[in-house]
Design a protein. Structure first.
Length: 95
């Protein structure tokens, strides 16, 4: 099997059993939880309409984890960027 086919095969083998996916939003404040719910619903809907996931929708369980952050957004890894106090400490690398 070529290396390029390995991922697809592994993905399909994974989906033949039940699969759980947790959508975790970091950087949404309590006031923004409705927005996170909308974003999570959009991601879940898009995923389940996209093959090969659509063919295995009955075997995929998607859950949303609602955790409010003190501040909105995420931090960036740069000397001049300010720290954002979010629940999971998300930091985006800048290269």
């Amino acid at each position: 099997m070529s290396k390029s086919n390995t991922f697809e095969t592994d993905l399909l083998n994974l989906i033949f059993v039940n699969t759980d996916i947790a959508l975790i939003g970091d950087g949404y404040t309590d006031e923004e939880m409705g927005l996170f719910r909308d974003h999570a619903d959009q991601v879940a809907d898009k995923l389940l309409r996209t093959e090969p996931f659509a063919s295995f929708e009955d075997r995929i369980n998607i859950v949303r984890v609602d955790v409010a952050s003190a501040q909105s957004g995420a931090s960036y890894d740069c000397p001049t960027c300010s720290y954002v106090d979010n629940a999971f400490g998300s930091i985006f690398a800048i290269e």
